[in-house]
Design a protein around this ligand. Structure first.
Ligand code: SER
Length: 589
């Protein structure tokens, strides 16, 4: 069984049990500006777990693209990955414990052919909200799991996600597999690390709300999750995930490019990092959100991944100027396009993004590394100060994490806090500069620019109505003559859609809706569903512009006080901006 088979077998199995196979949601959450990446299969399904009907019905299954930044520093060991795939099946108020457990058991024992003797389970032992889950335990026993192999555990193990996070949650039952060749103990000891968790079935019945309230959800749901990389390695008998079929071809390609061996310990870690990062880079830059390397949010993570990968490629003496990164990216695209066909669609974007960032970084990397060496040689003590760290960032493009990593290898420390302070000052200065420029512009032609600013809010709202709620602002640029507006949308707009959008904006203008400026807490704005492009950029109290019930957006302004002041809105052009991002140029006349 390899990973391709695991995914296929899983989806086919749940399809045969009446599940609709839905495509993976984008790796960048579409309607949750508080979160940079999807981190679990259920995350894009939260509204449906809370009771909204899903267009595909009540039984769903998928393989979801997930990314976790908290594991970035652990990459290089045998089991952590930044990007990973999660298989899941869901019941939205349809089947519950019995079917969920019976089907998991059937899939594991009949389709993956795991002997029952190798399985053990945990079930919830009860808390102030729900009693012990005797029902799940009875179902497991009925299926042939010996009582000794069922452990009742508390909130810290069998409540997902945990008792702190807000949102849908509930008790779970977790399935473990004995992965060692040694004799399987009769009694299940969850602390014995030869028992490894392979599947988590959550019975989502509560919504954890502010004030420690656990309110029953409208439906009793099932949410299960099974990590492809982990389970594949376990089933194939590897303790090193990178030896499994998920990674074998990637590692072999890196061996071929570098002419070095993965089994040579001095190279193993670098190869794992390159393998992990190239896959994550392809998935992030191939996502419909059209992420590009930058210094904020997802773009910063992408930049870090590319730069870190290049540094490790250097350690393997790979010729950075050769096409090594393109070859690796193509391998990943070909391997995963079947499940994520946006990768094929965005292939050129992915390859260009990677190449451009490589060229940019490589130009200064060599010099930066020399500079770092100089710094170390002249260092008095063991601390790299904030000014040096900032210089490495500003002049040589070293993300602070790279400086930290280089320092750590030599047992040195970095004044990261000081760096961050310095970084913030720098940002504020450039922002002031930008605002200064904007104000300067406003002094002479301010009226028009202000109008265009309000028009972007109306256009954003109209596009959402015409194209759907996936539309979000990705950027804008305003001059006195025209506006440019970038937004997430996977395909070219039809003439009809353009016409409808134009009509809607003009309708809002005709309706003479007052534009109100409000101040509120960031959380409140988000809970009211306010649009926000980069949520992390804002402080706790935010300015929100409300245009009747048409639009609510976090924004610094300035705006006109009534939509009637805008005149007539006209779309001049609609074109592609980058992968998954469209651009509209429009004028007010
Ligand atoms: N949400 C659970 C998990 O991520 C089950 O899918 O483990």
């Amino acid at each position: 069984m390899n990973n391709i088979d695991l995914k296929d077998a899983y989806l086919k199995f749940f399809e045969s049990k009446g599940h609709k196979i839905i495509p993976s949601a984008p790796i960048i959450p579409e309607n949750d500006p508080t979160c940079l990446f999807n981190t679990a299969g259920m995350q894009p399904l939260v509204p449906y777990l809370k009771g909204e009907p899903h267009p595909e019905g009540k039984r769903l299954a998928d393989v979801q693209k997930c990314f976790r930044t908290n594991d970035l520093d652990s990459i290089g060991d045998t089991t952590h990955h930044t990007f990973f795939e999660m298989l899941g099946n869901w019941s939205l108020g349809d089947y519950f414990k019995k079917e969920s457990i019976v089907w998991s058991f059937e899939f594991l024992t009949k389709h993956l052919n795991i002997p029952v003797e190798r399985l053990a389970v945990t079930v919830f032992k009860g808390n102030k909200i729900v009693p012990a889950d005797a029902e799940s335990a009875d179902i497991w026993k009925y299926l042939g799991i010996n009582e000794d192999r069922i452990a009742f555990l508390g909130e810290e193990h069998n409540w997902w996600p945990n008792m702190e996070l807000l949102g849908p949650c509930g008790p779970d039952t977790e399935i473990f597999y004995w992965r060692s060749e040694s004799e399987i103990p009769k009694k299940f000891d969850p602390e014995n690390e030869n028992w490894v968790e392979i599947w988590n079935n959550v019975f989502m019945q509560y919504n954890h709300e502010e004030g420690d309230k656990f309110t029953p959800l409208k439906n009793k749901n099932v949410d299960t999750g099974l990590g492809v990389e982990r389970v594949t390695a376990i089933l194939e008998g590897y303790t090193d995930n990178y030896k499994s079929s998920v990674w074998r071809d990637v590692i072999e390609k890196i061996e071929e490019i570098s002419s070095l061996s993965y089994d040579d310990e001095q190279y193993t870690k670098s190869m794992r990092i390159i393998a992990d990062h190239i896959r994550a880079i392809v998935m992030i830059s191939g996502d419909e959100a059209g992420i590009k390397p930058s210094n904020t949010d997802q773009g910063y993570i992408l930049r870090r991944l590319i730069r870190r990968m290049i540094r490790y490629a250097k350690k393997l003496n790979i010729d950075i100027d050769s096409n090594w990164e393109q070859d690796l990216a193509i391998l990943i695209i070909n391997k995963y396009s079947k499940y994520y066909n946006e990768l094929e669609r965005n292939k050129n974007e992915i390859l260009d993004t990677l190449k451009n960032e490589k060229v940019k970084f490589n130009r200064t990397l060599e010099k930066g590394l020399k500079e770092f060496e100089k710094v170390v040689n002249n260092l008095d003590g063991n601390l790299i100060n904030k000014d040096t760290a900032f210089r490495l960032y500003d002049t040589f493009g070293f993300p602070i994490e790279l400086t930290e990593e280089l320092a750590e290898e030599l047992n040195l420390k970095v004044d990261t806090e000081g760096f961050k302070q310095r970084f913030k000052e720098h940002q504020e200065k450039s922002r002031e500069g930008a605002i200064g420029k904007f104000k300067g512009g406003l002094a002479s032609t301010g009226e028009m620019e202000t109008k265009y600013h309000t028009a972007t809010h109306l256009l954003n709202a109209a596009l959402k109505k015409v194209l759907g709620p996936h539309v979000h602002q990705k950027g804008s640029n305003i001059t006195a003559e025209r506006m440019r507006f970038d937004f997430s949308h996977p395909e070219k707009m039809t003439d009809e859609q353009k016409q409808k959008t134009e009509e809607l904006v003009n309708q809002y203008i005709k309706q003479a809706i007052p534009v109100e400026k409000l101040e509120m807490k960031k959380e409140e704005a988000l809970s009211l569903g306010a649009e926000a492009m980069f949520i992390d950029k804002y402080g706790d109290i935010v300015t929100v512009y409300k245009i009747g019930d048409v639009s609510l957006e976090l924004c610094g302004g300035p705006h006109v006080d009534n939509t009637s002041k805008l005149g007539h809105f006209k779309i001049k052009k609609e074109e592609s901006s980058s992968a998954g991002v469209r651009r509209i140029k429009a004028i007010l006349e």
